[in-house]
Design a protein around this ligand. Structure first.
Ligand SMILES: Cc1cc2nc3c(=O)[nH]c(=O)nc-3n(C[C@H](O)[C@H](O)[C@H](O)COP(=O)(O)OP(=O)(O)OC[C@H]3O[C@@H](n4cnc5c(N)ncnc54)[C@H](O)[C@@H]3O)c2cc1C
Ligand SMILES: Cc1cc2nc3c(=O)[nH]c(=O)nc-3n(C[C@H](O)[C@H](O)[C@H](O)COP(=O)(O)O)c2cc1C
Length: 752
């Protein structure tokens, strides 16, 4: 077996030394373009968990690496002259040079042939003369390029500029510095990796970079300039350079990582933004997986072993890249958050990649998280008795009340509106009473009833609820009476018109447009159907708009009489108002189509009219789709949603409920944990409005995370509530929140 490894970075060296042990007969050669000991960069970081993997794979190098470590458990953050320390994080750093020396020495001891100062011009020749070629040639990978047709790389450049500097500053913790200057915000990611040496990465956005004159600055000029910017933190220490040029971070992804006998490893195959400190870890874990695949499959069928390697790594790498993308975006837009109070800011920073929740962070650092919670609701915390030692801590953010106009929601968990398709003639029945009633018993601060049509032709299906006649109003009043009569939950209702998505079959009867005699004519901004081949709606005339507006107003009045505390206008998911908002569905050429302002005109008219009809002391929510998830064609974007949110607030909307998608079938929604929260976060900060986050928020712990980081003011949970109506009650039990109003009959279960 002959193996050629292109590149002398961590992926290549680690794979080589592991291969030598797994396949002692193999002849392994490493080709590195640089001279021995010559490399870029400063330190690398590993978590305690990664070290465990190294220990299993090769205890000899793991021991050497451990001996070289600087270990720390704290993360320090500096913001506007305030310092906040978070403890309980286990990390280790060492110099990249040192790491490569350890791996290189072990390779040599095991008989790996090391060829330095040798540029491999193309992989084909090696592929013809070797059984296996490792494309471990880093982020600029020539191997990836040579087989681009097979690997199908996708490389996206980040928007921020960064440079990887070193410093003699003695640090005892991972250190973030957010420094506002007249040029803009500069962010530092710094960590110790050898006694007296630290990595000091400086990052800023493009305009700050240009304003600061960094475009023309060489390495030395950059270092001197940054010594000025961070003088207070550096306390006379110098910044050091080692190919410390300004770059933008490239996120590399490849559709395939192997072709015949050539395989990509490490940065050549995938990169993860440095803010989650995982590039070297990923490279070395690739090496472990590659060699394990050969151990399992033998060397006879190399493509099979390579396929097994790729299959074993995909999920972890995808997960990490997703977290890295979110983290990268956070830093690229850190300006948005620097106005936060320091503790909330630090919590936001710690939980940015959505991998760490409130509860996770609290197990590491209860002092920080409890301080965040105390500051979240100083007034209510002051009223609450001190928590029992070693138990719950202060009241978690999800259980903190929220006052909106004359209504106070007892906590911030909302049952998201969910169609039940179980009404007759629009009248909610016993199913709705039990469904909504049990969720109120379960303690959610607000129980929002499903999309309820303002007119018969505005229903999605024959099974949808309505609020256009007295029977419906009376049935809703019975449900609201139950909710108000058995706990502290407030009752909300979502008013909707399904527009061109109306006249649909029940989900369990085909989930497609009705095609029989029970179908009815639908309305839309234009005569274009939701999907090709479906029945076309009628393009609305001005008279239609006035009629629909009047229907919303009449239903709002009925909702007020039925006793609802909160009203939500449904302007999301491609239903009537949503289809007006998006350029993907609204191509009208009159005053109601074209620019965003015109597309918003009719939905805003409805919201204003509803606001006037809805009692002034009760809050109004509007659900929007903040993105159509379309690329390369006109569609609703988060920038549009920020403008929309401001306009909604001016029209009297108290909370923007931030959902997404549903407007056109070709939108490619990237589902995942908390996948819509970044939209809510952005709208909240950029438009300065209260928002409700929804989507992939499975439980109260995640809700606490979103709230404590100030990404939203309320959290709606849909499917999580179908699985467990008692989410809030349980959370109150765990938190032993003395202020939580338990339903009287359940009081015996209340933990004391
Ligand atoms: C600013 C910054 C900070 C980072 N911080 C961290 C961190 O804290 N922790 C962490 O784990 N990772 C960090 N990384 C990422 C880390 O450096 C990489 O993810 C890691 O080095 C990937 O290892 P690799 O072996 O795949 O590639 P590399 O380490 O890039 O090695 C590739 C090698 O191939 C050689 N080469 C390339 N082409 C050829 C050729 N044609 N012929 C011969 N030789 C060739 C190169 O000279 C290089 O030595 C950071 C990266 C940057 C840019
Ligand atoms: C059964 C079901 C019915 C739904 N009906 C509605 C609805 O009537 N109105 C609405 O705005 N969203 C509706 N949704 C979307 C949810 O309110 C929520 O936004 C979405 O499910 C994402 O939240 P989750 O990940 O917590 O489930 C529905 C979702 C489900 C699962």
């Amino acid at each position: 077996m002959r193996i050629a490894c292109i590149g002398g970075g961590p992926a290549s060296l680690y794979a080589s030394l592991l291969f030598r042990q797994a396949l002692p007969e193999a002849e392994i050669t490493v080709y590195e373009r640089n001279r021995e000991g010559e490399t870029f960069g400063w330190g690398v970081v590993f978590s305690d968990e990664t070290l465990g993997h190294f220990m299993q794979a090769d205890p000899v190098t793991s021991d050497e690496i451990s001996k070289a470590f600087v270990h720390w458990t704290a993360i320090d953050t500096w913001l506007r002259g305030t310092w906040v320390r978070s403890n309980g994080h286990g990390f280790s750093g060492l110099g990249r040079r040192r790491l490569l020396a350890i791996l290189g020495a072990r390779c040599k001891a095991l008989g790996v042939r090391m060829v330095f100062d040798r540029e491999v011009p193309s992989p084909q020749e090696l592929a013809a003369t070797h059984d296996l070629v490792l494309g471990s040639d880093g982020v600029q990978s020539m191997v990836r390029q040579a087989y681009a047709g097979h690997f199908r790389p996708d490389v996206r450049m980040g928007t921020a500029r960064f440079t990887w500097l070193g410093s003699t500053l003695p640090l005892e913790a991972f250190t973030f510095i957010f420094q506002e200057t007249p040029h803009g915000l500069f962010t530092v990611h710094a960590y110790p990796f050898e006694p007296g040496l630290a990595t000091f990465i400086v990052e800023c956005n493009e305009s700050t970079w240009t304003r600061a004159g960094m475009e023309a600055a060489d390495e030395a000029a950059t270092a001197r300039f940054m010594e000025g910017v961070f003088a207070e933190h550096l306390r006379g220490h110098r910044l050091l350079t080692n190919r410390s040029i300004w770059r933008r971070f490239p996120t590399v992804r490849c559709a395939a990582w192997h072709h015949q006998n050539v395989v990509l490893l490490g940065d050549a195959a995938h990169t993860a933004h440095f803010s989650i400190g995982s590039g070297t870890k990923l490279a070395m874990e690739d090496a472990i997986a590659l060699v394990a695949a050969f151990r399992a499959h033998g060397t006879r069928d190399i493509p099979a072993a390579l396929a097994a390697y790729e299959a074993s790594r995909r999920r972890d790498v995808d997960r990490l890249q997703r977290a890295a993308r979110v983290s990268q975006a956070w830093f690229e837009e850190a300006d948005r958050y620097v106005a936060q109070a320091p503790h909330a800011f630090v919590f936001n920073l710690m939980t940015r990649s959505q991998r760490i929740t409130y509860a996770n962070l609290r197990t590491r650092d209860a002092v920080l998280v409890d301080e965040v919670a105390r500051r979240y609701a100083p007034a209510s915390s002051a009223a609450a008795p001190a928590p029992a030692p070693g138990t719950a801590g202060p009241r978690p953010p999800a259980l903190v009340p929220l006052a909106l106009r004359g209504i106070t929601l007892p906590n911030r968990i909302v049952v998201s509106p969910m169609c039940q398709y179980s009404a007759r003639e629009g009248v909610p029945g016993d199913w709705h009473l039990v469904h909504l009633g049990s969720r109120a018993v379960g303690g959610a601060g607000l129980v929002m009833a499903e999309a309820t049509a303002v007119a018969a032709d505005g229903r999605i299906t024959h099974g949808c609820t309505g609020l256009w006649d007295d029977a419906q109003e009376a049935a809703w009043a019975r449900i609201v009476g139950f909710i108000h009569g058995h706990g502290a939950s407030k009752a909300g209702i979502q008013l909707a018109h399904a527009g061109r998505k109306a006249s649909w079959g029940l989900p369990w009867e085909g989930d497609r447009p009705l095609a029989d005699a029970s179908a009815w004519p639908t309305l839309g901004p234009t005569a274009e159907p939701f999907a090709p081949g479906q029945p076309a709606p009628r393009a609305m005339t001005r008279a239609d708009m006035e009629a629909v507006r009047a229907q919303f107003v009449a239903s709002a009045r009925r909702a007020a009489r039925a006793g609802f505390d909160v009203l939500e206008v449904h302007a999301a998911h491609g239903y009537l108002l949503s289809s007006f908002l998006s350029p993907a569905s609204n191509t009208r050429t009159d005053a109601y189509g074209g620019s965003l302002e015109r597309r918003m005109a009719f939905p805003l008219e409805v919201v204003r009219a509803v606001r006037e009809a809805w009692p002034q002391d009760r809050p109004l929510f509007v659900r929007i789709s903040a993105s159509d998830w379309l690329e390369g064609e006109p569609g609703m974007t988060c920038e549009d949603a920020v403008v929309l949110a401001r306009a909604l607030a001016a029209a009297g909307c108290d909370v923007v409920d931030v959902s997404s998608g549903g407007n056109v079938p070709r939108g490619r929604i990237e589902y995942g944990r908390m996948y819509q929260v970044p939209f809510a976060d952005r709208i909240r900060h950029d438009a300065g409005v209260k928002v409700m986050a929804v989507g992939g928020i499975p439980d109260v712990d995640h809700a606490n995370t979103v709230l404590a980081a100030e990404r939203a003011d309320l959290v709606a949970i849909a499917r999580g509530h179908l699985l467990n109506p008692y989410l809030t009650l349980q959370a109150a039990g765990v938190a032993r929140d003395p202020a939580f109003a338990w339903p009287r009959p359940y009081a015996p279960a209340r933990p004391s």
